[in-house]
Design a binder for this molecule. Structure first.
Ligand code: PMP
Length: 433
């Protein structure tokens, strides 16, 4: 057994002053049992905890760390920038460079505004869509998570599914009633919903590859269908690419599936591991944002130089030779996914893996996972046993079965091989349940 003595002591002390001992719920390991390890440092694809244990990390700070931990170029840039000050609340050239690069890499984004988290990005995009269309309601999809703004905490996947809370206390029904949550990957229900709320729907917000009920790719024609319905009904299409942005391809999911959204939300990778978010899209819509237009949105630390610098280094690395970069991610990720399925079968288990590039989720059960209902069919106990055994063998997966594993560019073939070896023990533990 790994020694977790110091981690347990720190977590116990944390619980006295921080609700659940964590700054974000899923970190508390409630979905898998046990006590979380406390991180001492990260290096490349590895995490080290304060008891000296080393883990191959497939969480990657929940997606941003496509270059791995403590990338030397990112660190050098941060040091250079920090020496000149960490926040000014004034415009800088760095934020221009980051925004220009985003606009260049994602053609649907003609103008973009930087914020501090994915939550802020989606919240602001929804406000903008309502302000632009002068309509109150939005459509989202069951199991999709768009951050924790009140109007988006309805059937919101991930942490909420893990904890078995259908939505959050503290969200007034007057607000929730304007959020219409529908099953993912089903166009008929969207059409019905538009008919039932004619002229009332400002926007559809969707994860183009869902990542918060585990990884659920869009069915063929699904995103195109949403685009067409929005056009017919005068609603905006918002692609929430906080997770998929620059993860699934250099052109994001919209490039991969060739879909033109009206607005896009970004986060995670564009900050290279620092707090960031962004929303952008059609110029005529973005021109409604304050101070050009009447839709208010602001932020003390928005566009701060450290996040912009780390984001710029990261995006430039992806863009330097995207075929090589994304090709390598694909190669590693395919090897991991195929190996996991083979090892599960060898242990006599039915599993499926949904994967788009370097984001993937292993589901226990023989059914295909296409939406929240099918995502929740597997058993909590199976995932908990799998997670715990992997951790014991030095592999850190997300401590919830409704999350993705992320492969980074610094995972090596040897890391994948070690992970697959660990999975043999983990699948055996599941089979023994
Ligand atoms: N949208 C999506 C698709 C996400 O995956 C997340 C976070 N996992 C968010 C929004 C919220 O981002 P943040 O946690 O930075 O507020």
């Amino acid at each position: 057994m790994l020694n977790h003595e110091r981690s347990i002591a720190i977590f116990e002390a944390s619980k006295k002053v921080i609700p659940g001992g964590v700054s974000s719920p899923v970190r508390a390991f409630k979905g898998v049992g046990g006590s979380p390890f406390i991180v001492e440092r990260g290096e490349g694809p590895y995490l080290f905890d304060i008891d000296g244990n080393k883990y191959i990390d497939y969480v990657g700070s929940w997606g941003p760390l496509v270059l791995g931990h403590a990338d030397p170029e990112v660190l050098a840039k941060l040091q250079e920038i920090a020496a000149r000050g960490t926040s000014f609340g004034c415009p800088t050239e760095l934020e221009l460079e980051l925004c220009q690069l985003i606009c260049e890499l994602v053609p649907s984004i003609e103008m973009v505004r930087l914020v501090n988290s994915g939550t802020e990005a989606t919240m602001s995009a929804i406000r903008l869509a309502r302000g632009y269309t002068n309509r109150p309601k939005i459509i989202k999809f069951d199991g999709c998570y768009h951050g924790h703004a009140d109007s988006l905490l309805v059937k919101a996947g991930s942490g909420l599914a893990t904890l078995g809370v259908p939505s959050s206390a503290g969200v007034p029904p007057e607000i929730a009633q304007h959020t219409l949550s529908l099953p993912y990957n089903n166009l008929d229900v969207v059409l019905e919903c538009f008919r039932a709320h004619k002229g009332q729907i400002a926007a559809i917000i969707v994860e183009p590859v869902a990542g918060n009920m585990g990884c659920v790719p869009p069915a063929e024609g699904y995103l195109e269908g949403l685009r067409e319905l929005c056009d017919e009904q005068g609603a905006l299409l918002i692609l929430d690419e906080v997770m998929t942005g620059f993860r699934v391809s250099l052109g994001c999911a919209q490039g991969l599936y060739d879909i033109q959204p009206d607005l896009t939300t970004l986060g995670k990778i564009i900050g290279g591991g620092l707090p960031v978010g962004a929303y952008g899209g059609r110029r005529d819509i973005m021109e409604r944002v304050s101070p050009l237009g009447p839709v208010y949105q602001a932020g003390t630390l928005s566009g701060n130089p450290l996040a912009c610098g780390a984001g710029l280094v990261t995006l430039n690395r992806l863009a330097a030779d995207p075929e090589v970069f994304y090709g390598r991610l694909e190669e590693l990720s395919a090897k991991l996914a195929e190996g996991l399925v083979a090892n599960a079968q060898e242990a006599g288990l039915d599993v499926s893996i949904n994967r788009v590039g370097s984001m993937m989720t292993l589901y226990f059960g023989e059914h295909d996972v296409i939406d929240q209902e099918t995502a929740s069919m597997g058993s909590d106990a199976a995932y908990a046993a799998f997670f715990t055994t992997m951790l014991e063998h030095g592999v850190y997966l997300a401590p919830s079965r409704y999350e993705c594993a992320f492969v980074s560019i610094v995972h090596s073939d040897a890391d994948i091989a070690a992970t697959l070896l660990a999975s043999k023990a983990a699948f055996a533990a599941v089979a023994a349940l």
